[in-house]
Design a protein around this ligand. Structure first.
Ligand code: MN
Length: 206
């Protein structure tokens, strides 16, 4: 494949040790270099299949291919968003939202505590592997939770993604074993509210 015609694993915006103790160096390294990389590789393999079939004028199982593409690309892009909406605890990560986002959270949910409760319930209730997502609905101009199964099921078209939390066990099993609730608690220490706020401002001004 030509360079620039496929997907590449992005660098993390911080070091592998930076999110400890909430996400350990081992856990973060494995998650980024093995799991995230697998979706990059998976998506690029599909692009190669498409290229090859076009060159050979061969038939394709479009249904299977596009389903697989949706899974790998969903995984690829959600992880990009995830790394960017995290920051080291106390150095950009944790605390409470500020500015327009904070006002919008209060207007929509009443209080930050209520928002936190609903997001936590969204996260703990993801069936199997998936993601908890805070979104912005462009029609109603309201904040809304979204619960993505796997990387690509339950996505609502047009909703803009503001904040994501990876609830696949591969995100936390080294640090928390099967204790998803503990990982969700840890997440609040790492939320990069400046990034979530920037995404909110970008979308709410459109
Ligand atoms: Mn993951």
């Amino acid at each position: 494949m030509d360079a620039g015609k496929g997907y590449t694993l992005p660098h993390l915006p911080y070091g592998y040790k930076a999110l400890a103790p909430y996400i350990s160096e081992n856990q973060l390294t494995l998650h980024h270099q093995k799991h995230h990389q697998a979706y990059v590789t998976g998506a690029n393999a599909i692009l190669e299949k498409l290229d090859k079939a076009r060159k050979d004028n061969a038939d394709l199982d479009m249904k299977a291919l596009l389903k697989e593409l949706s899974f790998h690309l969903g995984g690829y892009r959600l992880h990009n968003l995830f790394w960017e909406n995290l920051a080291p605890a106390g150095v950009g990560g944790g605390g409470i939202p500020k500015g327009e986002l904070s006002e919008e959270i209060d207007a929509e949910f009443g209080t930050f505590e209520r928002f936190k409760k609903e997001f936590t319930l969204t996260a703990s209730g993801v069936e199997g592997s998936g993601w908890a997502v805070l979104t912005y609905c462009m029609n109603t101009r309201r904040l809304m939770m979204m619960q993505i199964e796997k990387h690509n099921v339950n996505i609502i078209p047009g909703f803009r993604i503001l904040m994501v939390l990876d609830l696949w066990e591969h995100a936390y099993y080294l640090d928390y074993m099967n204790d998803r609730a503990k990982f969700i608690e840890a997440f609040w220490h790492l939320v990069n509210w400046d990034e979530v706020q920037a995404r909110f401002v970008t979308h709410s001004k459109k």
